[in-house]
Design a protein around this ligand. Structure first.
Ligand SMILES: C[S@@+](CC[C@H](N)C(=O)[O-])C[C@H]1O[C@@H](n2cnc3c(N)ncnc32)[C@H](O)[C@@H]1O
Length: 198
């Protein structure tokens, strides 16, 4: 179990084995299709690799959110080295208590290794938080880590059946695939789902 303070400690001590230093391959591949645009939220953004990759897209404004102030400080440092054209920003905050001004303001939520990091009993809260962040018809692009090689999480495993049970009452599933592109060790263990808010 990781509290907010524990996430903070991990970033302060650079003890972040989940961080591969670059955008998740499945997202990088999808970005080439040019289907994501508008306002995008990346919850649990860590050092912001997905945020910066999304920030390269035209007509796209990206907000990275993380409970760890150290993660956000490091994400800001990395983003500062990018093109000043990028419309990216970072907020320290809890996805389960999204600041009012961010609610119902996003076209996309991009999920990568936040869902698997939260306690499983909070998964309904995650679905509610994603719905609360999105405008009507907004979408989730989610890379879900199905079966990480860990005895106890995080990361916590999730089955496709559970994802269907959790999300489908609130989101219409649009596309789903097991990505060929994945970080080493995660091949065949991820499921990408694109879902639209009902
Ligand atoms: C496993 S890390 C993944 C970070 C990043 N997505 C990556 O792949 O490098 C999970 C992240 O979620 C953040 N986090 C955990 N609970 C959160 C919450 N309730 N709201 C926002 N961020 C949260 C942690 O601080 C941490 O940065």
């Amino acid at each position: 179990m990781k509290s907010d303070l524990e996430w903070q400690r991990r970033y302060e001590e650079n003890d972040t084995p989940w961080d591969k230093g670059e955008v998740a391959p499945a997202l990088a591949r999808y970005l080439r299709e040019g289907k994501i645009a508008g306002r995008v939220l990346v919850p649990g953004c860590g050092r912001g690799h997905e945020v910066r990759a999304l920030g390269e897209l035209p007509k796209t404004t990206v907000v990275g959110l993380d409970v760890s102030a150290a993660a956000v400080a490091q994400a800001k440092g990395l983003a500062a080295q990018m093109s000043s054209e990028q419309e990216v920003s970072f907020v320290v905050g809890d996805f389960f208590h999204l600041p009012v001004k961010l609610r119902r303001s996003f076209d996309w939520v991009v999920e990568h290794t936040c869902f698997c990091a939260i306690e499983p009993h909070r998964r309904q809260d995650y679905v509610r938080a994603a719905a609360a962040a999105l405008r009507s018809d907004g979408k989730i692009f989610g890379i879900f880590y199905l079966n990480p090689e860990t005895e106890s999480g995080p990361p916590f495993a999730v089955s496709r059946e559970e994802l269907v049970e959790l999300f489908d009452p609130h989101f219409t599933p649009m596309e789903e695939w097991v990505p060929k592109e994945a970080f080493a060790g995660r091949e065949g263990r991820e499921l990408v789902r694109i879902m639209q808010k009902r």
